[in-house]
Design a protein around this ligand. Structure first.
Ligand code: TTP
Ligand code: MG
Length: 444
């Protein structure tokens, strides 16, 4: 915890859905759900209008369909559109300070102490942040973000969540314990549903209650390390630095199946595909991996991961595939799998090798952190030629639009873009030669 509020946390509001509403004016102010749109898809995010009906990240899309009224748009993700806006926002944050730690596609910490901010009084920070949020809106075509500033990462993150969406909370140094007191213990990192439930049985629901518990009691309930950690968090003691992330920490891919798969040959084929994809990205990163992890999910949603670490980091496809097969062989697949995932971690740059082998190319730069939690239902990418709902298209006569829906040999397109009023819909044959896929529209 620092003596002044110099750590910022920013998180964009309903990020994927907000980009969709920007690019599709007919959806502004309406419930929008982004995610896997197939029978077994999962929600990536929901617009605030859709959250009112209970739609949430990680919920099966089928459940969101039951909760939301007719007229709700269910769209497949357009990752490249999200990346483009993310880059703009990260660029604006980097203008505040070079010490930026991007945590996910829409979230980052910034160490303001390393930047050009010199007045850390609350009013000065507030006016600087109002300017930042205005720039974010201006440069991204209207996206909103929530910002928290505090004397630690913990306080900054909690601050950014307190008044979401479009929130701006600055917790001055010295105010931390007081600000935390009335909040639910769930705001503390590391307090998940299980810990919260356990605490509740001791009458602890708010951080204030937790602050009143002795370390001795906490340790006797939760064990040495978790008990101490809870006590420290309750008093906002957090010295984690903002770390500039240059390298991906892990790379992974997963596949959700349309029906549970038990056939070992089919699973092996899927595994090969996943391993190839991950190994390809590993190579692009210029990294070798030390740890391989497999993830399996059964029909009842029970999920297991298993890992294996090697002494010698590797980027070799055959070696990695052999390890992945060993891990899958040890998993229980008899009743069929709903999801199979594979990932690598413990990444090391293979820069040494490059130098040994007279390679004078510049060393690879990793530009985007691997965000495994945010890779939703990648299965959609397997059918690149189909007309996924939400996809950007171009029609030779009618211009730019997006896929509103398709089926029975027909595809319906709404012709509009970020800078047009809501546009008309038209229906075509799915093989209409005048209709083609397009890049995401420019919002400026
Ligand atoms: P979040 O910042 O967690 O969510 P959000 O930006 O949609 O909403 P909020 O206003 O509460 O911040 O995640 C950022 C994006 O990451 C989100 O728009 C979609 C994606 N995502 C997933 O794909 N799966 C998930 O389970 C979560 C939580 C997010
Ligand atoms: Mg967000």
């Amino acid at each position: 915890m620092r003596s002044r509020p110099s750590i910022l946390h920013l998180d964009l509001d309903a990020f994927f859905a907000a980009v969709e509403q920007r690019d599709k004016p007919s959806l502004r102010g309406k419930p929008v759900v982004v995610g896997g749109t197939g029978g077994r898809g999962v929600v990536a995010t929901a617009s605030y209008e859709a959250r009112k009906f209970g739609a949430r990240s990680a919920m099966p899309t089928s459940q969101a369909r039951r909760l939301c009224p007719s007229g709700t748009a269910f769209l497949s993700p357009r990752f490249s559109a999200y990346q483009a806006s993310s880059r703009v926002v990260m660029g604006l944050l980097r203008e505040l300070s070079p010490t930026l730690e991007q945590v996910s596609v829409d979230e980052a910490y910034v160490d303001l102490a390393d930047g050009d901010v010199d007045d850390f009084s609350v009013p000065a920070l507030r006016s600087r942040m109002e300017r930042l949020l205005a720039q974010v809106a201006q440069e991204t075509g209207g996206l909103t973000a929530s910002v928290g500033i505090g004397s630690s990462k913990q306080m900054a993150k909690i601050g950014s969540e307190l008044e979401k969406p479009s929130g701006l909370v600055i917790v001055d140094a010295g105010q931390e314990v007081e600000v935390l007191a009335p909040l639910s213990v769930r705001v503390l990192g590391g307090v998940g549903p299980v810990t919260a439930e356990r605490l509740r049985t001791f009458g602890v629901e708010t951080v204030a209650h937790l602050q009143r518990m002795s370390v001795t009691d906490l340790v006797s309930i939760f064990g040495d390390s978790h008990g101490h950690a809870l006590h420290e968090m309750a008093f906002a003691r957090d010295d984690r630095p903002v770390v500039v992330e240059r390298e991906a920490k892990s790379i992974s891919a997963e596949e959700t199946f349309a029906v549970d798969i038990a056939d070992a040959r089919v699973l092996d084929r899927e595994l090969v595909r996943l391993v190839e994809r991950v190994t390809g990205r590993l190579a692009k990163n210029g990294s070798f991996a030390r740890t391989l992890t497999i993830k399996v999910r059964h029909g009842d949603f029970s999920t297991f991961t298993r890992s294996e670490s090697t002494l010698h980091p590797t980027g070799d496809l055959a070696t990695i595939l052999a390890g992945a097969r060993r891990l899958l062989a040890a998993a229980d697949t008899a009743a069929g799998l709903r999801l199979l995932g594979f990932g690598v971690s413990g990444l090391l740059p293979h820069a040494q090798e490059r130098m040994l082998f007279d390679d004078d190319q510049p060393l690879p730069q990793v530009s985007e952190p691997a965000v495994t939690a945010h890779e939703v239902d990648e299965g959609w990418g397997r059918h690149p030629t189909s007309w996924m709902p939400g996809a950007d298209v171009h029609h030779a006569e009618h211009g730019a639009g997006w896929v509103w829906g398709s089926g029975l040999g027909r595809v319906t397109v709404r012709f509009e873009g970020p800078n047009t009023p809501p546009g008309p819909v038209r229906t075509f044959a799915t093989d209409d030669p005048l209709l083609e896929h397009a890049e995401p529209p420019q919002w400026r």
